[in-house]
Design a protein around this ligand. Structure first.
Ligand SMILES: NC(=O)c1ccc[n+]([C@@H]2O[C@H](COP(=O)([O-])OP(=O)(O)OC[C@H]3O[C@@H](n4cnc5c(N)ncnc54)[C@H](OP(=O)(O)O)[C@@H]3O)[C@@H](O)[C@H]2O)c1
Length: 316
């Protein structure tokens, strides 16, 4: 199928040829200017708002992958989208499954040759009544190892001027951790080092020894620090070349969002809904040029949060 040539603003991106491989897979041969976006954990709340916002703000030729771990919820979320212009494709992706992430990255490379925007947004919840020792394995598998799977597999696919953004939180700063523990997340050189540091903490939690070593009770805090540490390590490896190519890799603190992930932990008075929280994240992902000062950092995009909007949350 050869789409027609348009005129005007979209002229550079409309020669778009699909070769059908099977019902689901298509190779985008000439559509290199088409923007390709991926959102993980997009079956509710912030992830859904990010996928919907991208699909509304991008063009008809662009493709947004709305991904999630459950096929029924992915299909339902695609049906629930409204007002979108871009082509939305639902895709099942459990980020804790390393091979599934590798396969999906391979499929994206085959279909499109690369990706322009990735929001690593997924979050496996923990609630106050749950025993950390019992839930920590699944929690870390999705929130931390899942994030490093995404970073490892999608960073090499990011195109010039692309964005690889990890939705973390204000908790992803060493300031939220006892000073005696800072060394666990410092001087890490590789994503494997980050995984080892996070898994060492996971094992302490599993053994019920975390409180005795001054780890916080809310496992969200070290987990978010692990996510930000992963972004910092990857950025350290890629900085010069990414800045030359206009690529931004960063973590994001979106501020409080009124969702079931945090409602039982925090005072949600005045917390905005996901659609509102998504706006500055979408602005950052879609703006033509990015501020090099943000590269590799944790960017405060939460209105009403401590610290100035669109400044870096200090690491230490
Ligand atoms: N809520 C807040 O106040 C707040 C504050 C700061 C930062 N954040 C961050 O913002 C992000 C979104 O938060 P939220 O409140 O929207 O979370 P949420 O409502 O719990 O949604 C999380 C999404 O991640 C998906 N998910 C869970 N495990 C997964 C896996 N293994 N693979 C793929 N997807 C998976 C969930 O899918 P299912 O539907 O299948 O469960 C859901 O779609 C998270 O990174 C969170 O830490 C939130």
């Amino acid at each position: 199928m050869l789409a027609g040539l348009n005129t005007g603003r979209r002229a550079v991106k409309v020669v778009y040829y699909y070769q059908h491989i099977d019902n689901n897979n298509m190779i985008d041969i000439l559509g290199r200017m088409t923007k390709i976006s991926i959102v993980t954990g997009a079956t509710r709340n912030l992830g859904f708002s990010l996928a919907q916002g991208l699909a509304r703000r991008l063009d008809e030729d662009d493709v947004v992958y709305l991904t999630g771990r459950d096929s029924g919820r992915v299909a339902r979320s695609v049906r629930l989208l409204s007002g979108h212009r871009a082509n939305v494709r639902g895709e099942v992706l459990d980020v804790s499954d390393r091979e599934a992430v590798e396969r999906f990255a391979g499929a994206i490379a085959d279909r499109h040759g690369g990706v322009d925007i990735v929001f690593s947004n997924h979050y496996a919840r923990v609630q106050p009544g749950e025993n950390p020792a019992e839930v920590i394995d699944g929690y870390v598998a999705a929130n931390n190892l899942g994030t490093t799977h995404i970073l490892r597999n999608f960073a090499p696919l990011i195109r010039d001027n692309g964005r690889l953004l990890v939705v973390a939180s204000r908790a992803g700063s060493l300031r939220a951790l006892a000073p005696a523990l800072h060394g666990r997340f410092e001087n890490l050189q590789t994503l494997d080092d980050v995984d080892r540091a996070v898994c060492a903490w996971r094992d302490i939690v599993r053994q019920g020894l975390a409180a005795g070593q001054a780890w916080p009770e809310w496992i969200n805090i070290p987990s978010k620090i692990g996510q930000v540490a992963a972004v910092r390590v990857l950025a350290q490896q890629r900085r010069a070349e990414d800045l030359r190519r206009g690529i931004l890799i960063a973590a994001i603190s979106p501020g409080l969002i009124d969702t079931g992930a945090s409602r039982q932990w925090l005072d949600m008075t005045g917390a905005p809904p996901p659609d509102e929280v998504a706006i500055p994240l979408l602005d950052l992902a879609l703006e033509a040029a990015c501020d090099a000062a943000f590269y590799g950092g944790l960017i405060n995009l939460g209105r009403g949060e401590p610290g100035r909007f669109r400044t870096l949350v200090p690491w230490i």
